[in-house]
Design a protein around this ligand. Structure first.
Ligand SMILES: *[C@@H]1O[C@H](CO)[C@@H](O)[C@H](O)[C@H]1NC(C)=O
Ligand SMILES: *[C@@H]1O[C@H](CO)[C@@H](O)[C@H](O)[C@H]1NC(C)=O
Ligand SMILES: *[C@@H]1O[C@H](CO)[C@@H](O)[C@H](O)[C@H]1NC(C)=O
Ligand SMILES: *[C@@H]1O[C@H](CO)[C@@H](O)[C@H](O)[C@H]1NC(C)=O
Ligand SMILES: *[C@@H]1O[C@H](CO)[C@@H](O)[C@H](O)[C@H]1NC(C)=O
Length: 570
C-alpha cells in the first residue's frame, strides 16, 4: 500500500519533470527509472489485469531474494547492476470454460547500456511455486532481460497439496505463457526499444514448461534449452508411485536401504564402465551395459555388503520400463542412476519423496488415499484427467520449426544419463516422437532440434561418484555452484554466477551462448565442452557432449582433456 502511494507520487513528479525535456530524451530517461511507475499502464489486454508489485534497484555485485518465497527462498549473489521487478497478473479470458488464471512473475532488467536487446525466460523446478530468482541470476550477466514465473502458487518443490483446477492450469502452461506475453511488453517499454530475440532455459519441470510453451505458441521463443525435461507428468508421477509401491509392498521385503544404493551404484560402475570401451569411471552408454546383479545378491535376509533377491527384483524393476496393458507408459531409469534413487525412496523408515501425493491430490483428490490403494489403474486415471494439461505430449511442433515470415525456432535438448529423478530415455523418446510427428527424419531434424546425452551427469547438474564433466552453462548450473553452501555439505560458493568457471562468455563451453549463435548466426551446435571439477573446484577434466546420435569418441592423448575426443558415431 505504502509502496503504491509512493510510486504514484513518483509518477506525478516524473511526468511533471517530463514536460520540460524533449520527447526522445524524455522517453529514455523515463523508461529507465527502476520504479513501479515505469511499468504502470503499459499493458492493456482484454481480460487481463497487471499489477506492478515492486521495483528494486540492485547494485553491481549485489544480491537478491524474496522473503516468503517457498519454492526459491535462496539468495542469489554476484548480480550485475539491475532493476528487479515483481508483477502480478490475473486473466479472466478462459472463464467460464476454465477457472480464472492468476500468477506472478519476476524480471531482472540490466542497465540499458548492458542490455543485449533480448529476453531470456527461465523455468521453475519440481512442483515449486515461487519466482525462480536464483536461476534468473545467470541471464543479466550476458545482458538478457531475464524473467521467470511463480507458476501461479507458492510452495516447496515436494508439495503437491496446493492443487486446485485453477492452479493446475497455471502450473501446467498458463502462468508461463502469460508471463512472457506481459514481460515482452514491459521490457520493450522500459528500454524504449523493441526486443530482438526471445530465449528459454529450463531444466526438469523447467524443461517441461519450455516444451509445453513451444507446443502452445510457436512464436514465444526463438530458441530454447530444454534440460532433463519432466515433460510427461501424467506418466512420470504414477511411475514414481509404482516403484515406491514395489519398495513398500510385501512388508517391505524388497525395500532397498540407503546404504544399498551405494552397493548397487558401485557394482554397476565396476561392471559397466569398461563396456563402453573406456575405463574412465564414467558409464557412457548405460543402455549397452550387460549387468549381472547376481554378483551382489546373497541369500541371507539381512545381508552385509550385498542385497537379497527380493531387493534385486526391486532394483530390476527400477531399471525396467513400466508396462501397463502391454503398453510402455514410462521408460525406466538407466544404469548409473542408482545414487539418486534415495530421493524418491526416502530414508529407510519413511515413505518416498512424493509419498503418493500425486494420486492423493491430483488424480483422485482424496486426502485419505494410502499407498496400499495404488494400482496400475492410477495410470489410466492420470491419462484421462491429464491434470492441468501440463504434459507436453503434442509432439508435432512443425509450427515452431517453420514459422511464416520468421526464422524457424531452435531447440537444444540435453539429459544426464545418470539422472535418477527423470529418466533420460524419456528425452530420447520425446526426440523420436518429434521426428515422427513432424513427418521428418533424424538428419533433417538435426537442422533445428538437437539432443545431447551427458554421460555421468545426474539430474540437471553434478556427477558425484563418476566426476564426469557436467558443467556446460546449462539451466541452473551456475546458480547451483553459487548455492552450494545451502546444500549443507560444507562447500563454499564457487563460480561467477553465470557461464562455466574459467570459461566465461565462451560459446564452446556455454550452452546458452551456443544456442544464441545457432539462432542468430546459423552456427549449429556441433558440440559443447563440459567440465568436471576437483574438490577445490580447479578443472579435473573436460569432454565434449555431442548431438544424438553422435557420442564422444576418444582419439588419443590425455583422456581427461576434451581435445583428445571428437563427436562421432559410436
Ligand atoms: C480437491 O477437492 C477440494 C475440496 O473439495 C477442492 O477444493 C480442490 O479444488 C480439489 N482439487 C482438484 C485438483 O480438483
Ligand atoms: C490470457 O488467457 C488467454 C486464454 O488462455 C491467453 O490466450 C492469453 O495469452 C492470456 N494472457 C495473459 C497475459 O495471461
Ligand atoms: C553372474 O554372477 C554370478 C555370481 O557371481 C555367476 O555365478 C554367474 O555365472 C554370472 N552370470 C553371467 C551370465 O555371467
Ligand atoms: C529412439 O529411436 C532410436 C533410433 O530409431 C532407437 O534406437 C531408440 O531405441 C529409440 N528410443 C526410444 C526411447 O524411443
Ligand atoms: C561477451 O563477449 C561478447 C562478444 O565478444 C562481448 O560483446 C560481451 O561484452 C562479452 N560480455 C561479457 C560480460 O564479457
Amino acid at each position: 500500500m505504502l509502496l503504491a502511494t509512493l510510486s504514484t507520487f513518483l509518477l506525478v513528479l516524473l511526468s511533471r519533470e517530463a514536460l520540460a525535456v524533449p520527447s526522445r530524451e524524455r522517453e529514455s530517461r523515463q523508461a529507465l527509472r527502476c520504479a513501479v511507475g515505469s511499468f504502470m499502464g503499459v499493458v492493456s489486454l482484454p481480460g487481463v489485469t497487471v499489477t506492478i508489485e515492486k521495483a528494486v534497484s540492485v547494485p553491481e555485485r549485489g544480491t537478491y531474494s524474496e522473503s516468503g518465497n517457498l519454492g526459491f527462498p535462496q539468495t542469489i549473489d554476484l548480480l550485475p547492476a539491475l532493476c528487479a521487478v515483481t508483477v502480478k497478473v490475473t486473466n479472466t479470458t478462459d472463464s467460464p470454460t476454465k477457472p480464472v488464471s492468476s500468477y506472478r512473475f519476476g524480471m531482472f532488467l540490466p542497465m540499458a547500456s548492458k542490455w543485449n536487446s533480448k529476453i531470456l525466460t527461465v523455468g521453475g523446478a519440481s512442483f515449486s511455486g515461487g519466482i525462480n530468482w536464483p536461476d534468473m541470476g545467470q541471464g543479466p550477466h550476458y545482458g538478457f532481460a531475464t524473467i521467470s514465473t511463480d507458476n501461479g502458487h507458492n510452495s516447496a518443490g515436494s508439495d503437491l497439496s496446493w492443487a486446485t483446477p485453477a492452479r493446475l492450469y497455471d502450473w501446467g502452461y498458463r502462468a508461463l505463457h502469460g508471463s512472457v506475453v506481459v514481460s515482452k511488453l514491459l521490457i520493450a517499454q522500459y528500454y524504449g526499444q523493441p526486443l530482438t530475440y526471445s530465449y528459454y532455459s529450463g531444466c526438469s519441470t523447467g524443461g517441461r514448461q519450455g516444451l509445453r510453451e513451444i507446443q502452445y505458441d510457436a512464436n514465444t521463443f526463438d530458441g530454447a534449452i530444454i534440460g532433463a525435461a519432466a515433460w510427461d507428468t501424467l506418466h512420470l508421477m504414477p511411475w514414481i508411485s509404482k516403484i515406491a509401491y514395489a519398495q513398500l509392498n510385501n512388508n517391505g521385503a524388497g525395500k532397498l536401504k540407503t546404504d544399498q544404493f551405494n552397493i548397487l551404484a558401485a557394482e554397476v560402475l565396476r561392471q559397466c564402465d569398461i563396456q563402453d570401451g573406456n575405463s574412465d569411471n564414467i558409464i557412457s552408454q548405460p543402455d549397452r551395459c550387460i549387468f549381472n546383479i547376481s554378483t551382489i545378491t546373497c541369500p541371507s535376509s539381512s545381508p552385509e555388503g550385498c542385497i537379497t533377491s527380493a531387493q534385486a527384483q526391486t532394483a530390476m524393476r527400477v531399471w525396467s520400463d513400466y508396462i501397463v496393458d502391454g503398453r510402455v507408459v514410462y521408460q525406466g531409469f538407466g544404469r548409473s542412476s542408482e545414487d539418486q534413487w534415495a530421493v524418491y525412496f526416502g530414508a529407510d523408515s519413511a515413505l518416498t519423496g512424493f509419498d503418493f501425493d500425486y494420486e492423493r491430490y491430483w488424480t483422485y483428490n482424496n486426502t485419505g488415499y494410502t499407498w496400499q490403494q495404488f494400482t496400475d489403474q492410477a495410470v489410466i486415471e492420470s491419462e484421462r484427467i491429464n491434470p492441468g494439461q501440463a504434459t507436453a505430449n503434442k509432439f508435432d511442433i512443425s509450427g515452431f520449426r517453420t514459422r511464416p515470415g520468421k526464422k524457424g525456432g531452435k531447440i537444444l535438448m540435453y539429459h544426464g544419463l545418470a539422472d535418477g529423478l527423470v529418466s533420460p530415455k524419456t528425452s530420447l523418446y520425446y526426440y523420436n516422437q518429434t521426428i515422427s510427428a513432424t513427418g521428418s527424419t533424424l538428419d533433417a531434424t538435426r537442422s533445428w532440434f538437437r539432443y545431447f546425452e551427458v554421460p555421468g551427469m545426474q539430474h540437471c547438474f553434478f556427477s558425484n561418484r563418476y566426476n564426469a564433466p557436467w558443467d556446460f552453462g546449462a539451466p541452473g548450473q551456475a546458480s547451483a555452484l553459487r548455492l552450494l553452501p545451502t546444500l549443507g555439505v560444507g562447500l563454499p560458493a564457487v563460480g561467477d554466477g553465470w557461464g562455466v568457471p574459467g570459461h566465461l562468455n565462451d560459446s564452446n563451453y556455454d550452452a546458452l551462448l551456443a544456442l544464441t549463435e545457432w539462432v542468430e548466426k546459423d552456427k549449429p551446435v556441433d558440440r559443447i565442452i563440459a567440465t568436471a571439477f576437483n574438490a577445490d573446484f580447479s578443472v579435473y577434466r573436460t569432454r565434449p557432449i555431442c548431438p544424438y546420435p553422435q557420442i564422444a569418441v576418444y582419439d588419443s592423448g590425455n583422456i581427461n582433456n576434451a581435445a583428445s575426443w571428437h563427436c562421432g558415431s559410436g
